[in-house]
Design a protein around this ligand. Structure first.
Ligand SMILES: O=C(CO)[C@H](O)[C@H](O)COP(=O)(O)O
Length: 213
């Protein structure tokens, strides 16, 4: 079953916790977005894990260097999953995976800016990462011609564990599930909704309505 991940791209711990309390019944993974972590520090990760010990806490660190060190500080703060950039040196990804093994946690590779996402997804999967995030960032999503369908097609081709992130919403989430994604990531479609709980519930129901062959 595809998991639903809420990406919290808000800027304060208070706002993040308030949103998480509304949507937690419908999501499997709570992501603390990169701007949130940069704004609040890793104490937001600690606060979220303390509030939701039964949820997977995803720290979107977007690690680009010192993979072991940066992954370890996020794991020690309470993260279950951390992101490392797919575009960086393999040594950084392998270092983060080593830290994950030491702490019994997981690494996700984020493919923002990667030219050949399918090939890179296959390469980094061999390093022992949990899954690869086929991802178009918030800036890329504003460019003319952007479509989340590109990421969905790449997921089908890659044949490795993957998530899709980049404007996933109620109109596209069933395609994400049908493509075999392990995780569907929704940020703006939840925190930007008038009723975030209703939006998260609808996304979860859409996931549940799809049976993957
Ligand atoms: O990691 C991110 C930006 O770098 C976002 O959290 C991710 O893209 C999901 O948010 P949205 O659904 O609004 O695109």
């Amino acid at each position: 079953m595809t998991k639903l991940q809420v990406a919290i791209d808000l800027l304060t711990t208070e706002a993040a916790l308030e949103l998480a309390h509304k949507v937690a019944p419908y999501v499997d993974i709570i992501e603390l977005g990169t701007p949130l972590i940069k704004s609040e520090g890793l104490k937001v990760v600690t606060a979220m894990k303390a509030a939701f010990p039964g949820k997977l806490i995803f720290a979107d660190m977007k690690i680009a260097d010192t993979g072991f060190l940066e992954a370890e500080i996020a794991f020690l703060a309470g993260a279950d999953l951390v992101t490392v950039m797919g575009a960086v040196d393999n040594a950084t990804i392998k270092g983060a995976v080593e830290a994950a093994k030491k702490h019994g946690k997981k690494v996700v590779v984020d493919t923002i800016g990667v030219k050949n996402r399918v090939e890179r997804a296959q390469e980094v999967t061999a390093f022992g990462v949990a899954f690869v995030e086929l991802h178009a960032g918030l800036d890329e999503q504003t460019l003319a011609g952007y479509s989340v369908q590109t990421l969905i097609s790449e997921g089908k081709l890659a044949k490795v564990p993957f998530s899709v992130a980049g404007g996933v919403n109620i109109d596209t989430i069933k395609d994400v599930v049908a493509a075999g994604a392990d995780v569907a990531v929704a940020g703006g479609a939840i925190y930007g909704a008038e009723d975030p709980a209703a939006a998260a519930k609808a996304l979860k129901e859409a996931i549940n309505s799809v049976t993957v062959a």
